[in-house]
Design a protein around this ligand. Sequence first.
Ligand code: SAH
Length: 213
Amino acid sequence: MEDSYRQQGKRKLLVELVREKGIKDEKVLQAINEIPRHLFMDSSFEDHAYQDKAFPIAAGQTISQPFTVAFQTELLQVERGDLILEVGTGSGYQAAVLCELGAKVYTIERQQKLYKKTKNFLQKLGYRPKFMSFGDGYKGLPEYAPFDKIIVTAGAPFIPKPLMSQLKIGGRLVIPVGEDPQIMTLLKRTSAKSFQKETFGEFRFVPLLEDKN
Ligand code: SAH
């Protein structure tokens, strides 16, 4: 798995582009700089890896746009040692970003083919999420809850209740909500029963689907 000077150079340009688009968290920018995004795609599409675009991966899914990954990650305010649940493992790129930031990552994917492929791939690359699960992200992972942060990387028609209840008090849930487009939403849990909501404009994701496949 090669990461050439040419690819590293392109990645630096991508980081600058993402910075210009408004991402300020240096740790997030540094993570993007570190991770060889081209390895998360089929080699025939490698040239697209360092454009700021979403791209098709296996099983009709996409690897999110780098700016979107950076935006959601910045909203999470990741700290080393945070327990973070990700819904929608996909290519594993977002999970790698969270690992790079020192989080303990739990991630769920509903498509078995992708789950297997990505589990194998992240291991090869040296990223070690705490737990990778083949299952339905609407349900979260009650056996490992509560989480400091939760990130949903597919468009959710509504905010699933189980995810809200699996969030620590003081925790943050970042989720794109709606049909098409989605509104990026941050939910902060302020007490056992109360949440504060903020929204951050339109984004486009593949849909969060129920049940595993
Ligand atoms: N985080 C990924 C983005 C992948 S796109 C990345 O960095 O590449 C969204 C992913 O969510 C797809 O792989 C899709 O299969 C998955 N998904 C959709 N509905 C889901 C659900 N209910 N539970 C878990 N994963 C789901």
